[in-house]
Design a protein around this ligand. Structure first.
Ligand code: HEC
Ligand code: HEC
Length: 466
């Protein structure tokens, strides 16, 4: 195919797919449906086909890697830590100018908490960062912050399976120079300074973290990494974590271990709280229970298409609408936020390999038991593949996909309809193929996705504990 023919083919594909150019027609079809008219080319789903998608209200099974997972004191401590900015080191990225959605100015310490990227009012996704796509804390994150609702039911965490537990993810955040930009020594010292009594009530006596001869005392602006300009470009010397060549590396091994355990326990407390965050049932579940009026005709047709012609259920399956597996959907990297095009992202091929090698995984010495969530090795199909996201409570997100490059559910459904991006995407092989949905069918699927919204967690879990 010549270059011109290729462009023509692309244009044709764009016009045929249910793109937003079809919105007026789509809205018309949806309106007609909700006023009782029927659409000839969409079948209403038999409820039976979707019975296994019913929301499960029972609490998730306890995480064997965290023996504090259902401890009331750990949950309460984790809830307060989730909203506490006292563990973060200085902001690094110069885009932190103190304005519009940033957390302060470059150099400011103590500005970042979990809740700054997982905003409780919006399903624990990031509606705070500038541009509403990837997150800006110490630096820009590499991917979009997923919802934390229902994360207690996942087996592997992050878009690429980089972690196999929530606590492992929490401690990764603390030591990441993009997120908290902190380290285990400072985290342990802050736990001792600020949360000693609650900590000891759950985890037992703390080491003498106020003994500066054993644990060099770090101030907030000394924690984590900072940018130092050199002739060959910036470097990022760090303090208070392994390989810092400074405070942490100079400590006795037993004290390094003791500080690490305090950070891990802080992560386990946070995980005990995060696992309580649920979306709750939506109108879809009421419909499954037999309440016909719970879904409009358009939403019911959307349910049928989701299970049928749309083939969505081959990946978005089960009560949380995810198979927990990694798929390549041929997303073509695009500019998000300021200037991010992460075209070299190998997805789960790198993420799962890193998780397998991670001493903080649930098979490692800091775990209370192996979750057995990690595969034995990396499957070649993981190249360029990302985890199927949950679709529960999806409607309030500002952006979609791991990059945040799609800005509405209409765009996401149009993307799946055209079988991913024709120009090719990440490394790996696209598993999608075009669906040939009409504009009305796409609108029905979008309507159905909105009906998966639930009430979310109670107010008592949306802020620090009383
Ligand atoms: C700077 C923004 C930011 C902050 C702060 C942050 N997160 Fe996240 N979080 C993210 C991003 C981005 C991802 C996805 C990372 C990836 O896939 O590469 C993520 C992923 C997660 C996940 C995995 C969810 C899933 O569906 O796999 C959990 C759990 C989580 N974060 C919990 C926390 C906790 C607990 C804290 C506080 C210790 C925290 N996060 C702080 C941005 C943030
Ligand atoms: C081959 C597996 C597969 C199929 C089939 C599939 N999806 Fe997806 N879907 C994914 C993956 C994987 C992602 C995330 C990809 C990424 O971020 O790179 C995704 C992302 C999404 C998102 C965005 C969620 C978010 O939080 O960003 C929505 C909405 C969605 N899919 C709906 C659908 C619908 C509707 C269908 C059917 C028309 C469908 N999917 C079919 C695998 C699939």
């Amino acid at each position: 195919m010549g270059a011109d023919a290729h462009v023509t083919a692309l244009l044709a594909a764009a016009v045929c797919a249910c793109t937003s150019a079809h919105r007026p027609e789509a809205a018309h079809v949806a309106d007609a449906a909700s006023s009782g008219a029927s659409s000839s080319d969409a079948a209403v789903a038999p409820r039976d086909a979707l019975a296994t998608f019913h929301y499960q209200e029972a609490p998730f099974a306890d995480d064997p890697s965290n023996r504090f997972a259902s401890d009331a004191g750990a949950r309460k401590l984790g809830q307060s830590l989730f909203f506490d900015r006292a563990f973060s080191g200085p902001l690094i990225e110069g885009d932190n100018d103190g304005k519009g959605g940033t957390l302060g100015q470059s150099g400011d310490p103590g500005r970042v908490s979990c809740a700054d990227c997982h905003v409780p009012a919006t399903a624990f996704v990031d509606t705070r960062s500038p541009h509403g796509q990837i997150s800006l804390a110490a630096q820009w994150t590499r991917r979009r912050a997923p919802t934390l609702l229902e994360s207690g039911g996942l087996s592997l965490y992050d878009w690429d399976g980089r972690r196999d537990s929530i606590w492992g993810q929490a401690i990764g955040v603390m030591e990441s120079d993009r997120e908290f930009n902190s380290g285990r020594l400072f985290v342990a010292e802050q736990m001792f300074r600020l949360h000693r009594a609650e900590y000891e009530a759950v985890f037992g006596p703390m080491p003498a973290l106020d003994d500066a001869t054993r644990f060099p005392a770090l101030t907030p602006d000394q924690a984590g990494c900072r940018e130092v300009a050199t002739r060959s470009g910036p470097t990022y010397p760090c303090r208070g974590k392994p390989s810092d060549g400074a405070d942490y590396d100079g400590m006795a091994p037993a004290d390094q271990q003791a500080a690490t355990v305090v950070m891990v326990n802080a992560g386990k407390a946070m995980a005990a709280y995060v696992a309580l965050l649920r979306c709750g049932p939506g109108r879809f579940d009421a419909w499954l229970d037999g309440n016909d009026a719970a879904l409009s005709p358009s939403e019911q047709r959307g349910a049928g298409l989701f299970a049928g012609k749309g083939k969505c259920v081959s990946c978005h399956a089960g009560p949380d609408f995810t198979d927990g597996a990694f798929h390549d959907v041929g997303l073509s990297p695009a500019t998000v936020a300021v200037a991010f095009i992460d075209s070299g992202d190998n997805g789960a091929a790198d993420g799962v390999a890193a998780a397998l090698a991670d001493p903080m995984n649930t098979a490692g010495p800091f775990s209370d038991g192996d979750r057995h969530a990690l595969p034995a090795g990396v499957d070649p199909a993981m190249l360029g593949a990302f985890r199927t996201p949950t679709l529960r409570c999806i409607a309030t997100q500002p952006s979609f996909m791991h990059t945040g490059q799609l800005r509405s559910l209409d765009e996401v459904v149009a993307f799946h309809d055209r079988g991913g991006d024709p120009a090719g995407g990440y490394p790996g092989t696209n598993e999608l193929s075009p669906l040939g949905l009409t504009a009305g069918e796409c609108a029905d699927i979008v309507a159905f996705l909105v009906a998966l919204d639930g009430a979310g967690p109670p107010d008592s879990l949306r802020g620090p504990p009383d």
